[in-house]
Write a protein that binds this ligand. Structure first.
Ligand SMILES: [Zn+2]
Length: 176
């Protein structure tokens, strides 16, 4: 499957995404939800411009809605709707009201944006959580955060799918 085979992603050669990600970080620390939303919108405007995709909308919610629309892209901290090209991310989970950590929030935003890329840049008919998808997402995320990419290790799961072996991935620090 093409989604599984494409494991790299073109990345900007400048620090524009890092600058936007830092703005999100300071908005999360000191700003309002509206500040965070504005920073996310700037981040997504920069990414959509770089990848020449249709712009991607974003809604930042204080807490995860209790009724999350039932569709394929529902995640724990965000979702993406392909028809409306809208990402939703939430600052807190509904049940325990935990604040989404700063590491998780941009990771969710990057993950959801990569679903957007699957449809709008690669033209896939759907967006699957393949190994290629997670490799592309990791490359994009580490670029945006200015952190070194890690080598991902995989564990096969039922149905011919794969999940990331996080203990092994983290213990090698990305070195194999
Ligand atoms: Zn996803």
């Amino acid at each position: 499957m093409e989604s599984d085979r494409i494991t790299t992603l073109d990345l900007p050669h400048d620090g524009r995404l890092l600058t936007c990600a830092k703005t999100i970080e300071s908005a999360m620390k000191a700003g309002t939800t509206a500040d965070v939303r504005r920073a996310c919108a700037e981040f997504l405007a920069a990414t959509s411009e770089f990848y020449r995709t249709a712009p991607c909308g974003v809604r930042v919610l204080a807490a995860r809605p209790l009724r999350v629309r039932e569709h394929w892209a529902t995640e724990l901290f965000g979702d993406y709707h392909p028809q409306s090209m809208l990402i939703r991310v939430w600052m807190r989970t509904a049940v325990r009201k935990e604040v989404t950590s700063f590491g998780t929030f941009p990771s969710t935003l990057c993950h959801e944006f990569c679903h957007h890329l699957d449809f709008q840049r690669f033209g896939f008919p759907d967006s699957w959580h393949t190994r290629g998808f997670f490799e592309r997402t990791a490359a994009f995320y580490h670029h945006a955060r200015g952190t070194p990419p890690k080598r991902l290790f995989w564990v096969p799961v039922a149905g011919g799918r794969w999940r990331i072996d996080w203990p092994r991935t983290n213990s090698t620090g990305g070195r194999a």
